[in-house]
Design a protein around this ligand. Structure first.
Ligand code: DAH
Length: 352
Protein backbone atom coordinates (compact mmCIF):
# COMPACT_ATOMS: atom_id res chain seq x y z
CA UNK A 1 0.00 0.00 0.00
CA UNK A 2 1.33 3.47 -1.00
CA UNK A 3 2.09 5.79 1.92
CA UNK A 4 0.70 9.26 2.25
CA UNK A 5 4.12 10.73 3.01
CA UNK A 6 5.55 9.14 -0.13
CA UNK A 7 2.85 10.89 -2.20
CA UNK A 8 3.37 14.15 -0.29
CA UNK A 9 7.11 13.92 -0.95
CA UNK A 10 6.50 13.31 -4.63
CA UNK A 11 4.21 16.34 -4.83
CA UNK A 12 6.71 18.53 -2.97
CA UNK A 13 9.54 17.42 -5.23
CA UNK A 14 7.54 18.34 -8.33
CA UNK A 15 6.76 21.68 -6.74
CA UNK A 16 10.35 22.60 -5.82
CA UNK A 17 11.88 21.36 -9.08
CA UNK A 18 9.36 23.13 -11.27
CA UNK A 19 9.32 26.33 -9.23
CA UNK A 20 13.06 26.58 -9.77
CA UNK A 21 12.76 25.99 -13.51
CA UNK A 22 9.84 28.39 -13.85
CA UNK A 23 11.68 31.20 -12.11
CA UNK A 24 14.80 30.65 -14.18
CA UNK A 25 12.94 30.61 -17.52
CA UNK A 26 14.02 33.47 -19.79
CA UNK A 27 11.58 33.14 -22.65
CA UNK A 28 7.89 32.55 -23.25
CA UNK A 29 8.81 29.48 -25.26
CA UNK A 30 10.57 27.88 -22.26
CA UNK A 31 7.51 28.63 -20.13
CA UNK A 32 5.21 27.01 -22.68
CA UNK A 33 7.39 23.91 -22.55
CA UNK A 34 7.25 23.82 -18.75
CA UNK A 35 3.48 24.25 -18.83
CA UNK A 36 3.17 21.26 -21.16
CA UNK A 37 5.55 19.19 -19.02
CA UNK A 38 3.19 19.80 -16.07
CA UNK A 39 -0.27 20.08 -17.54
CA UNK A 40 -0.01 18.57 -21.04
CA UNK A 41 -1.50 15.22 -22.00
CA UNK A 42 1.42 13.37 -20.44
CA UNK A 43 2.31 16.09 -17.95
CA UNK A 44 3.44 15.06 -14.44
CA UNK A 45 0.48 16.84 -12.81
CA UNK A 46 -1.94 15.35 -15.31
CA UNK A 47 -0.72 11.81 -14.68
CA UNK A 48 -0.24 11.95 -10.88
CA UNK A 49 -3.90 11.37 -9.87
CA UNK A 50 -3.69 7.99 -11.59
CA UNK A 51 -1.60 6.83 -8.62
CA UNK A 52 -4.12 8.10 -6.03
CA UNK A 53 -6.23 4.99 -6.44
CA UNK A 54 -3.59 3.04 -4.58
CA UNK A 55 -4.07 5.21 -1.42
CA UNK A 56 -6.43 4.27 1.39
CA UNK A 57 -9.61 6.37 1.54
CA UNK A 58 -8.76 8.67 4.49
CA UNK A 59 -5.33 9.47 3.06
CA UNK A 60 -6.87 10.19 -0.30
CA UNK A 61 -9.04 12.80 1.39
CA UNK A 62 -5.92 14.56 2.64
CA UNK A 63 -3.86 14.37 -0.55
CA UNK A 64 -6.74 15.71 -2.70
CA UNK A 65 -6.69 19.33 -1.38
CA UNK A 66 -2.89 19.28 -1.25
CA UNK A 67 -2.74 18.25 -4.91
CA UNK A 68 -5.22 20.94 -5.96
CA UNK A 69 -3.30 23.60 -4.10
CA UNK A 70 0.04 22.59 -5.69
CA UNK A 71 -1.56 22.55 -9.12
CA UNK A 72 -2.92 26.02 -8.54
CA UNK A 73 0.42 27.36 -7.26
CA UNK A 74 2.36 25.98 -10.24
CA UNK A 75 -0.18 27.38 -12.68
CA UNK A 76 0.05 30.81 -11.00
CA UNK A 77 3.85 30.67 -10.94
CA UNK A 78 3.95 30.12 -14.71
CA UNK A 79 1.51 32.94 -15.38
CA UNK A 80 3.44 35.35 -13.15
CA UNK A 81 6.73 34.45 -14.78
CA UNK A 82 5.19 34.95 -18.22
CA UNK A 83 4.18 38.45 -17.24
CA UNK A 84 7.67 39.18 -15.90
CA UNK A 85 9.36 37.89 -19.09
CA UNK A 86 7.09 40.09 -21.23
CA UNK A 87 7.91 43.16 -19.16
CA UNK A 88 11.63 42.44 -19.34
CA UNK A 89 11.54 42.23 -23.13
CA UNK A 90 9.54 45.47 -23.45
CA UNK A 91 12.07 47.19 -21.20
CA UNK A 92 14.88 45.88 -23.39
CA UNK A 93 13.17 47.20 -26.52
CA UNK A 94 13.00 50.72 -25.15
CA UNK A 95 16.53 50.87 -23.73
CA UNK A 96 18.51 48.81 -26.22
CA UNK A 97 20.28 50.80 -28.93
CA UNK A 98 20.93 49.23 -32.33
CA UNK A 99 24.39 50.16 -33.53
CA UNK A 100 24.17 50.57 -37.30
CA UNK A 101 27.93 51.09 -37.47
CA UNK A 102 28.57 47.48 -36.56
CA UNK A 103 25.60 45.99 -38.41
CA UNK A 104 26.62 43.54 -41.09
CA UNK A 105 25.63 44.65 -44.57
CA UNK A 106 25.27 41.66 -46.84
CA UNK A 107 26.43 42.15 -50.44
CA UNK A 108 23.54 42.36 -52.92
CA UNK A 109 23.37 39.75 -55.63
CA UNK A 110 20.87 41.45 -57.93
CA UNK A 111 21.74 44.00 -60.59
CA UNK A 112 20.13 45.87 -63.43
CA UNK A 113 19.60 43.99 -66.66
CA UNK A 114 22.71 44.28 -68.89
CA UNK A 115 20.69 46.10 -71.55
CA UNK A 116 19.62 48.72 -68.98
CA UNK A 117 23.22 49.07 -67.79
CA UNK A 118 24.45 49.50 -71.33
CA UNK A 119 21.77 52.07 -72.18
CA UNK A 120 22.65 54.09 -69.08
CA UNK A 121 26.35 54.12 -70.04
CA UNK A 122 25.50 55.18 -73.58
CA UNK A 123 23.16 57.93 -72.43
CA UNK A 124 25.96 59.26 -70.16
CA UNK A 125 28.36 59.25 -73.12
CA UNK A 126 26.10 61.33 -75.32
CA UNK A 127 24.95 63.63 -72.54
CA UNK A 128 28.61 64.67 -72.30
CA UNK A 129 28.31 65.85 -75.91
CA UNK A 130 25.14 67.81 -75.17
CA UNK A 131 22.57 65.29 -76.44
CA UNK A 132 19.21 65.23 -74.65
CA UNK A 133 16.76 62.36 -74.28
CA UNK A 134 13.50 62.26 -76.20
CA UNK A 135 10.75 59.69 -75.89
CA UNK A 136 8.61 58.46 -78.79
CA UNK A 137 5.71 55.97 -78.65
CA UNK A 138 6.17 52.23 -79.20
CA UNK A 139 2.66 51.95 -80.64
CA UNK A 140 2.72 54.48 -83.43
CA UNK A 141 1.10 55.52 -86.67
CA UNK A 142 2.29 54.43 -90.07
CA UNK A 143 2.82 58.13 -90.77
CA UNK A 144 5.56 58.69 -88.18
CA UNK A 145 7.15 55.27 -88.61
CA UNK A 146 7.21 55.37 -92.43
CA UNK A 147 5.31 58.10 -94.29
CA UNK A 148 7.08 61.17 -92.93
CA UNK A 149 10.41 59.37 -93.27
CA UNK A 150 10.08 59.44 -97.03
CA UNK A 151 8.63 55.94 -97.27
CA UNK A 152 5.11 56.46 -98.66
CA UNK A 153 2.53 53.71 -98.80
CA UNK A 154 3.34 51.09 -101.42
CA UNK A 155 7.02 52.09 -101.53
CA UNK A 156 9.15 48.98 -102.05
CA UNK A 157 11.52 50.08 -99.27
CA UNK A 158 8.84 49.13 -96.76
CA UNK A 159 9.97 45.58 -97.28
CA UNK A 160 13.16 46.46 -95.38
CA UNK A 161 11.07 46.28 -92.21
CA UNK A 162 8.90 43.30 -91.35
CA UNK A 163 6.19 45.20 -89.62
CA UNK A 164 3.68 44.14 -86.97
CA UNK A 165 0.42 45.99 -87.60
CA UNK A 166 -2.22 46.38 -84.94
CA UNK A 167 -5.62 44.80 -85.50
CA UNK A 168 -7.82 47.65 -86.84
CA UNK A 169 -11.00 46.13 -85.42
CA UNK A 170 -9.80 46.71 -81.88
CA UNK A 171 -8.59 50.30 -82.30
CA UNK A 172 -10.88 52.23 -84.60
CA UNK A 173 -7.89 53.02 -86.84
CA UNK A 174 -7.99 51.98 -90.49
CA UNK A 175 -6.13 48.81 -91.52
CA UNK A 176 -2.39 49.45 -91.73
CA UNK A 177 -2.62 52.76 -89.88
CA UNK A 178 -1.38 51.67 -86.46
CA UNK A 179 1.71 49.55 -85.82
CA UNK A 180 4.43 48.58 -83.38
CA UNK A 181 7.31 50.85 -84.28
CA UNK A 182 9.95 49.03 -86.28
CA UNK A 183 12.67 51.53 -85.37
CA UNK A 184 13.36 54.49 -83.10
CA UNK A 185 13.51 56.62 -86.28
CA UNK A 186 9.82 57.28 -85.53
CA UNK A 187 11.21 59.91 -83.13
CA UNK A 188 12.91 61.89 -85.90
CA UNK A 189 10.11 64.06 -87.31
CA UNK A 190 8.62 64.51 -83.83
CA UNK A 191 11.96 65.88 -82.65
CA UNK A 192 12.19 68.26 -85.61
CA UNK A 193 8.64 69.51 -85.07
CA UNK A 194 9.15 70.02 -81.32
CA UNK A 195 12.53 71.79 -81.44
CA UNK A 196 14.38 74.30 -83.56
CA UNK A 197 18.02 73.77 -84.61
CA UNK A 198 20.62 73.39 -83.31
CA UNK A 199 19.19 70.01 -82.28
CA UNK A 200 21.05 67.27 -80.46
CA UNK A 201 18.68 64.54 -79.39
CA UNK A 202 18.76 60.84 -78.57
CA UNK A 203 15.79 58.51 -78.37
CA UNK A 204 16.20 55.02 -76.97
CA UNK A 205 13.71 52.25 -76.62
CA UNK A 206 12.00 49.08 -77.71
CA UNK A 207 11.23 48.27 -81.29
CA UNK A 208 9.41 45.29 -82.76
CA UNK A 209 9.60 43.32 -85.97
CA UNK A 210 7.89 40.31 -87.48
CA UNK A 211 11.35 38.86 -87.79
CA UNK A 212 12.92 35.63 -88.95
CA UNK A 213 14.85 34.90 -85.75
CA UNK A 214 18.51 34.00 -85.69
CA UNK A 215 21.70 34.87 -83.74
CA UNK A 216 21.51 38.50 -84.96
CA UNK A 217 17.75 39.05 -85.17
CA UNK A 218 15.21 39.28 -82.39
CA UNK A 219 11.54 40.29 -82.67
CA UNK A 220 11.80 42.66 -79.70
CA UNK A 221 14.92 44.76 -79.35
CA UNK A 222 16.32 48.14 -78.33
CA UNK A 223 17.44 50.88 -80.68
CA UNK A 224 19.23 54.11 -80.04
CA UNK A 225 18.39 57.00 -82.33
CA UNK A 226 20.64 60.04 -82.59
CA UNK A 227 19.61 63.21 -84.37
CA UNK A 228 22.04 66.08 -84.85
CA UNK A 229 20.89 69.06 -86.91
CA UNK A 230 22.73 72.35 -87.33
CA UNK A 231 24.31 74.54 -89.98
CA UNK A 232 27.17 72.72 -91.68
CA UNK A 233 26.69 69.24 -90.13
CA UNK A 234 28.37 66.69 -92.41
CA UNK A 235 29.44 63.08 -92.82
CA UNK A 236 32.60 63.95 -90.89
CA UNK A 237 30.48 64.40 -87.76
CA UNK A 238 28.89 61.04 -88.44
CA UNK A 239 32.25 59.35 -88.77
CA UNK A 240 33.49 60.97 -85.56
CA UNK A 241 30.36 60.11 -83.56
CA UNK A 242 30.45 56.49 -84.77
CA UNK A 243 33.99 56.05 -83.58
CA UNK A 244 33.32 57.93 -80.33
CA UNK A 245 30.40 55.66 -79.56
CA UNK A 246 31.97 52.33 -80.46
CA UNK A 247 35.39 53.03 -78.97
CA UNK A 248 33.88 54.16 -75.68
CA UNK A 249 31.46 51.27 -75.41
CA UNK A 250 33.05 48.28 -77.10
CA UNK A 251 36.71 49.26 -76.71
CA UNK A 252 39.48 51.39 -78.17
CA UNK A 253 40.68 48.69 -80.57
CA UNK A 254 37.30 48.07 -82.24
CA UNK A 255 37.58 48.10 -86.03
CA UNK A 256 34.78 50.14 -87.61
CA UNK A 257 33.83 50.54 -91.24
CA UNK A 258 31.22 52.71 -92.95
CA UNK A 259 29.77 51.28 -96.11
CA UNK A 260 27.18 52.80 -98.49
CA UNK A 261 23.68 51.61 -97.69
CA UNK A 262 20.24 52.63 -98.80
CA UNK A 263 17.67 54.01 -96.36
CA UNK A 264 14.91 56.20 -97.82
CA UNK A 265 15.26 58.83 -95.07
CA UNK A 266 18.96 59.58 -95.56
CA UNK A 267 21.13 60.65 -98.47
CA UNK A 268 23.85 59.46 -98.48
CA UNK A 269 23.11 56.49 -96.25
CA UNK A 270 25.59 54.17 -94.56
CA UNK A 271 25.72 50.92 -92.69
CA UNK A 272 28.14 50.96 -89.78
CA UNK A 273 29.88 47.66 -89.14
CA UNK A 274 32.14 46.44 -86.37
CA UNK A 275 34.66 43.72 -87.18
CA UNK A 276 33.17 40.42 -86.01
CA UNK A 277 34.96 39.51 -82.79
CA UNK A 278 33.99 35.87 -83.11
CA UNK A 279 35.79 35.13 -86.38
CA UNK A 280 38.00 38.27 -86.71
CA UNK A 281 36.72 38.92 -90.21
CA UNK A 282 36.91 35.31 -91.47
CA UNK A 283 33.13 34.91 -91.68
CA UNK A 284 31.06 32.81 -89.26
CA UNK A 285 27.52 31.93 -88.21
CA UNK A 286 27.18 35.00 -85.99
CA UNK A 287 28.08 37.57 -88.68
CA UNK A 288 26.32 35.63 -91.42
CA UNK A 289 29.60 34.84 -93.15
CA UNK A 290 30.50 38.48 -93.88
CA UNK A 291 33.22 38.97 -91.24
CA UNK A 292 31.46 42.16 -90.07
CA UNK A 293 28.53 42.76 -87.75
CA UNK A 294 26.24 45.61 -88.72
CA UNK A 295 25.64 47.70 -85.61
CA UNK A 296 23.86 50.75 -87.05
CA UNK A 297 22.27 52.43 -89.99
CA UNK A 298 22.96 56.12 -90.46
CA UNK A 299 23.32 58.99 -92.90
CA UNK A 300 22.66 62.61 -93.77
CA UNK A 301 18.99 63.34 -93.14
CA UNK A 302 17.08 63.49 -96.44
CA UNK A 303 15.90 67.02 -97.41
CA UNK A 304 12.32 65.73 -97.68
CA UNK A 305 12.44 64.51 -94.08
CA UNK A 306 13.86 67.82 -92.88
CA UNK A 307 11.00 69.60 -94.68
CA UNK A 308 8.45 67.21 -93.13
CA UNK A 309 9.88 68.26 -89.77
CA UNK A 310 9.53 71.96 -90.63
CA UNK A 311 13.27 72.55 -91.11
CA UNK A 312 14.68 74.34 -94.14
CA UNK A 313 17.20 72.05 -95.86
CA UNK A 314 18.72 75.07 -97.62
CA UNK A 315 19.92 76.35 -94.26
CA UNK A 316 20.37 73.30 -92.09
CA UNK A 317 21.73 69.81 -92.52
CA UNK A 318 21.59 66.89 -90.16
CA UNK A 319 22.76 63.39 -89.42
CA UNK A 320 20.69 60.59 -87.99
CA UNK A 321 21.91 57.36 -86.65
CA UNK A 322 20.21 54.19 -85.43
CA UNK A 323 22.46 51.73 -83.60
CA UNK A 324 21.03 48.43 -82.44
CA UNK A 325 21.74 48.14 -78.72
CA UNK A 326 21.88 44.32 -78.66
CA UNK A 327 24.30 44.12 -81.61
CA UNK A 328 26.79 46.44 -79.93
CA UNK A 329 26.42 44.54 -76.67
CA UNK A 330 27.34 41.33 -78.52
CA UNK A 331 30.61 42.95 -79.60
CA UNK A 332 31.28 44.49 -76.21
CA UNK A 333 30.59 41.42 -74.07
CA UNK A 334 31.33 38.69 -76.61
CA UNK A 335 28.11 36.67 -76.54
CA UNK A 336 27.13 35.11 -79.83
CA UNK A 337 23.34 35.15 -79.80
CA UNK A 338 21.22 38.29 -79.43
CA UNK A 339 18.28 36.20 -78.20
CA UNK A 340 20.12 35.65 -74.90
CA UNK A 341 19.12 39.16 -73.85
CA UNK A 342 15.42 38.38 -73.54
CA UNK A 343 15.60 34.76 -72.41
CA UNK A 344 15.82 35.61 -68.72
CA UNK A 345 18.44 32.89 -68.21
CA UNK A 346 20.07 33.72 -64.86
CA UNK A 347 23.28 31.86 -65.74
CA UNK A 348 23.75 34.27 -68.64
CA UNK A 349 22.64 37.40 -66.81
CA UNK A 350 24.85 36.65 -63.79
CA UNK A 351 27.98 37.30 -65.91
CA UNK A 352 27.31 41.04 -66.15
N1 DAH B 1 15.97 52.94 -88.54
C1 DAH B 1 16.89 52.15 -89.31
C2 DAH B 1 16.61 50.69 -89.06
O1 DAH B 1 16.07 50.33 -88.09
C3 DAH B 1 18.30 52.45 -88.93
C4 DAH B 1 18.70 53.83 -89.32
C5 DAH B 1 19.20 54.05 -90.57
C6 DAH B 1 18.50 54.89 -88.45
C7 DAH B 1 19.58 55.31 -90.95
C8 DAH B 1 18.86 56.17 -88.83
C9 DAH B 1 19.40 56.37 -90.09
O2 DAH B 1 18.71 57.22 -88.03
O3 DAH B 1 19.75 57.62 -90.45
O4 DAH B 1 16.93 49.88 -89.88
Amino acid sequence: MLKLNTMEEKLNKIKTDYFLNINQAKTLKELDELFLALFGKNGVITLLPKEFGKLPMEELQKIGPLFNQTKHELDNAIENRRQAVREESYAKLTTEKYDLGTAEIKPRHGHLHPTTQFIQETVDLFEKLGFQQFDAPQIDTDEYNFGLLNIPEGHPARDLWDTLYIDPQKTGYSPGELLLRTHTSNAQVRIMRDFTPPIRMMSIGRCYRYENLDARHEHTFEQFELVYIDKGVSMTNLQYLSEYFLQNTVGKDIKVRLRPKYYPFVEPGVGIDGLCIFCHGQGCKVCGGTGWLEVAGAGMIHPTVLKNGGINPEIYSGIAWGPGVGRIMMLKYGFDDIRELLKGDLKFLEKF
